[in-house]
Ligand binder design. Structure first.
Ligand SMILES: [Zn+2]
Length: 82
């Protein structure tokens, strides 16, 4: 079993891609908050997808089914385009 690869989803900003602070995936707040989205097996390797979410958007996906489904749809689209 190979090493787990982690992919982080966030909105593009001036911040370096490798930093732990990124622009929230669903708004323009800078955040270190992360939500585990899903894990896939890709060629025998585990790939984990984590979404940068600010506390406000995180609360929104935790309390609103529409917001949660929107996040799932957007994340799935971005992952499909990687
Ligand atoms: Zn946000």
């Amino acid at each position: 079993m190979g090493k787990t690869k982690r992919i982080y989803l966030f909105n593009e900003s001036h911040l370096p891609d490798e930093g732990w602070l990124q622009m929230c995936f669903t708004c323009d707040t800078i955040t270190g908050g992360l939500l585990f989205f899903r894990a896939d097996q890709v060629s025998g390797r585990l790939v984990e997808y984590h979404v940068h979410l600010c506390s406000r958007c995180r609360r929104s996906v935790e309390t609103s089914r529409a917001a949660y489904l929107g996040l799932v749809a957007d994340s799935t689209e971005v992952i499909g385009a990687l």
